[in-house]
Design a protein around this ligand. Structure first.
Ligand SMILES: NC(=O)c1ccc[n+]([C@@H]2O[C@H](COP(=O)([O-])OP(=O)(O)OC[C@H]3O[C@@H](n4cnc5c(N)ncnc54)[C@H](O)[C@@H]3O)[C@@H](O)[C@H]2O)c1
Length: 216
């Protein structure tokens, strides 16, 4: 099935990643799960689950529900994590270090293959856990020409975010995980996902207060 960007909301994709983690837990105990069981764990409705999954095809078996193993592999394929994805990281400061010092943060489907920075005190230093040396951002054009990679993590200072993004786009990067708070401008064929812990906390506060008021 060929889907267009407008057919899929960000929320559906966020829920897919949650379904996946629940399904991984459930597969230890069950072979099948129906939308009603899944909806209780997800704290949503079974109609929502059916709607989300039907965006991508019909996978349920009438009377039995979803084959958990099968659903896991379908969702992994949809999310492109049925393979190892090579990723580069630009900006090895506090955030960058947090990401390279614990490979579990990225999960088993993502591998950091190159790290770039512009600070002379960092370029050339080895990142032991990854067995690679930090490279100079100045050399990114020639370095990326040698490896086949289309995903980048951006963790430079905000003031450099767009400049680095333009360099990444020029080097055929098609997906950027943006840790900076800068609103990046990219061509239509480049996907950007912003990570913003402060914004997440603000959202959390809103939901927490709303639920508290509901109980009063
Ligand atoms: N998403 C979040 O929740 C969150 C949390 C904390 C910080 N941040 C943001 O993440 C970014 C990184 O934060 P940090 O605390 O790691 O900052 P930092 O100053 O510790 O690190 C930034 C790194 O980027 C490098 N750099 C700067 N310009 C560069 C360029 N043109 N090319 C390559 N490397 C370059 C610097 O040399 C440095 O190593 C900042 O924009 C910060 O605002 C986001």
């Amino acid at each position: 099935m060929k889907l267009k960007r407008d057919d899929i909301s960000d929320r559906v994709i966020q829920r897919l990643t949650k379904y996946l983690s629940i399904l991984h837990d459930m597969k230890k105990y069950e072979e099948y799960i129906n939308s009603s069981e899944l909806s209780k764990i997800m704290n949503t409705t079974s109609a929502q689950i059916r709607r989300d999954l039907s965006t991508f095809g019909e996978f349920g078996i009438r009377g039995k529900g979803y084959d958990i193993e099968n659903l896991i592999s379908i969702i992994e394929r949809i999310l492109g994590i049925d393979r190892i994805n090579k990723v580069i990281l630009v900006g090895h400061g506090k955030v960058g270090e947090m990401l390279t010092s614990n490979t579990e943060v990225l999960g088993k489907s993502f591998n950091i293959v190159e790290v770039f920075d512009k600070s002379p005190s960092k370029v050339g230093k080895e990142i032991k856990d990854l067995n690679i040396k930090i490279k100079d951002i100045k050399d990114i054009d020639s370095d990326l020409g040698k490896i086949n990679v289309d995903t980048a993590i951006l963790s430079v200072i905000k003031e450099q975010a767009q400049i680095v993004t333009d360099i990444l786009v020029k080097n055929h990067i098609k997906g950027i995980l943006n840790f900076t708070t800068y609103k990046l401008e990219t061509p239509d064929d480049v996907a950007v996902v912003d990570v913003n812990i402060s914004a997440n906390l603000q959202e959390l506060n809103f939901w927490k207060d709303m639920l508290k008021n509901k109980g009063e």
